[in-house]
Design a protein around this ligand. Sequence first.
Ligand code: ADP
Length: 670
Amino acid sequence: MDMVFLECNKIDEMIHTILIANRGEIASRIIRSCRSMGIRSVAVYSEADKNAPFVRDADVAVLIGDSAPSASYLNQDKIIEAAKKTGANAIHPGYGFLSENADFADLCAKNKLIFIGPNSEAIRAMGSKAMAKKIMQNAGVPVVPGYEGDEQSIEVLTNEAKKIGFPLLLKASAGGGGKGMRIVHTVEQLKEAIVSAKSEAQNAFGDDHLIIEKYIASGRHIEFQIFGDQHNNYIHLNERECTIQRRYQKVLEESPSPVLNETTRSTMGEVAIKAAAALKYDNAGTVEFIYDHSNASFYFLEVNTRLQVEHPVTEEVTGLDLVKLQIQSAQGDQLSIQQEDVQSNGYAMELRLYAEDPMNNFMPATGTVLHFSWPKLEGLRIESAIESGSEITVFYDPMIAKIIIKGENRQEAFRKMQFALQQMVCLGTVTNQNFLQYLVKHPQIIAGNYDTHFIQDFFTSDLMHANHEKDAQTALLAVSSYNWHQRTQERTLLAAIPSGWRNNFSYMQTDKYEIKEATTTVQYRNLEGHLHFKIGQMEHKVSLINVKDSQIRLAIDGLQMSFHIASDQQKYFVHNEQIGTVHLELLERFPIPKKQKIEGAYEAAIPSTILRISKKVGEAVNEGDLLMVISSMKMENSIYADAAGIVADIYVEEGQNVAAGKTLLQINKN
Ligand code: ADP
C-alpha cells in the first residue's frame, strides 16, 4: 500500500524541506514521516518549548518567540521568515494553531511555500458552519435540519427555532472545539441561550453569527477520513467513531465503529466522497457526521480541513502513513489507488492522556513530569509530547500523549488498552490516566453501547474514590520502604557513621504522610530482613526484593509487586499496576515554618551525622565559638557561632543522622 501516489517526475517541484508550524506530539509525528521520506525537517519553537522533545527531533529548529501562542505558533510572519531562513519549501501546519487558517495558506503561496493542506477556498468555506451546510446541501449531502441564514436578530432566530422544534442546538458558525454551543430544551430558555452563545462566540472567534440545528438526542459521532489530490481524485479511508466525548471534545476514538454495518458504512463513505468532490478537496480531511443508531440515519456536521488528532486510528487499520500522503498530495502527486484498494484490517483505538484532574472537574494541571514510561506491548503506539523531565506549562493544550492500540479485533484491543493503562507510568503531575482506565473497563463502552452523553451521564468523580483507603495504605508501604532504602544508601556513603548503624532501626521509626488532605502515621522497624509496619490498626510485613532507578519491587504480606516512585522534595508520586497513581507528602517530623530562614537557626546543608555537640541549652556563646562537629560526605565540618547569644534549643543528639535542611540548634541573641 505504499505506492498511493504516482510520483511527480520533476525533482525541482518536489518537497525537500518542511517547516512544521506546530509543537508537541504532532510535530514529532510529522518529523518522523519527513525522515522516512528523506525530507529535511525544521521545527519552530517558543521560549517555553526550548527543551521539548520535538525541538530535538527536527534537523534544525528556530526559536520564533515568547511562550504565548500569539507571539510564536500563531505568528505568521515569524514562521514564514523561519521557513525562508532555513531553506524550507513547504510548511506543515499540524492541527490547531494555523492549520485551518485560509489566510495563512494564501500567505504561504505568496511566499512560494507549499502549504501542506487543502486549497484555501476549501478551508475558507468550511470555516463557516453556515456556509459549509449550504454547500453540502447543494451537493446532496444530508445535513441536520436547521437554520443557517444571515438574519441574526433574536426575533428571527426565535421564529426559526420554533419551526425546528426542541430540543435544539445553537452553534457558533465560526465555531470549533464546542465553544459557543448551547442545547436548548424549551422556548423559555431560548433568549438567554442565544445571548450567551453569541457573546461566547464573539469572544472566542470575533464573530457572533449563530446557526440552529435540531438536536439529535442520542447521537453518535462518526467521521470519515477523506483524501483528495490536485487532479480531481477522491478516496475515503473509512470511519472513526468518536462518540465518547467530554464537553464536545473527543476522548476515545476507534475504527471500525462498533455499530456500522457494511451497507451504512459504504453509503456514508459515498456521501463523504461527494462532500470532498463538492470542495475539490485536495489533501487530508475529515467529514464529520452525527449518526442516529435508532434508524441508521446520519447527517453532515462539518469538514475538518486538516490532519486530525485521531489520525493514527486510521493509520493503524489501513496501514497507510497519512502524513506521507499529505506531503505527496501537496506537491502535486496523483492518487494512485482506487477506493477498492483501501483496506481496513483489525481494530484500533486511541485515548488522549491529559494533564488534568478528573477528581476536580478536569482542571488542567501543570508541573514537571518526573517519570514517563510505558510497557513494551505489541500493537501499542504512543505519540508523546513529553518525556521524563518535561515541563507542562500553562501556555498550551494539556494533552501530553496519545495512547493508540491496534488489535485483531475490538475485544483484544480493549484488553491490551486496559493493560497499557495499568502499566503506563506518568509521575509528577496529575493526569486523567485513572479516568481513561475507568472508561475502557466500563461494560457499556466495552459493549459499544453509548451516545455522545456517555461521560456526562455516567461519570462522577466519586467513581475514582473506590478502593481509596486500601490503595493509600499500599502506597504508604511502598513509599516508606523506598525512603528507608534511600536512607540506608545515603548512610553507607557517610564514612563517619558507626558500623552498628542498623541498631538505630531496632526501635520504631515514625513518619507522617498526608494523602488527600488526611494525615496518616506510619510506624515501622527493621526486623531480620524485612520491615514490620504499623499503620493504624493494620500490621504488614514488607520485604524489599530489589530497587532499580525509580522502580522498587516489594513483597507486601507475601504479594510481590513493583512500584515506580518519584519525589520532589517532600512530595511523593507512586504508581503500581493495582493502585494506579497516588500522590502523598511526607510531613516534617519537627515542622518549622517553610522556607523562612529563622535568625540564629543552624541547619545541616546536606545529609549528615552529628559527631559532637559542644554547647548545652541555656549556655552563653560568643561569636566564633565552636557549636558542633558534624560529618557529611566523608568530611568533618565544624560549626561556629556567627554571632553571640544564648543556646535556646538543640534539636539533635550525638550519633544522630539527619537529612538535608534539618535544623540543628537555635541561638537567640542577647
Ligand atoms: P465543533 O466544531 O465545535 O467541534 P461540531 O459541529 O463538530 O462542533 O460538534 C461537536 C460535537 O457536538 C459533535 O461531535 C456531537 O457530539 C455534538 N453535536 C453537534 N451537532 C449536534 C446535533 N445536531 N445534535 C446532537 N449533537 C450534536
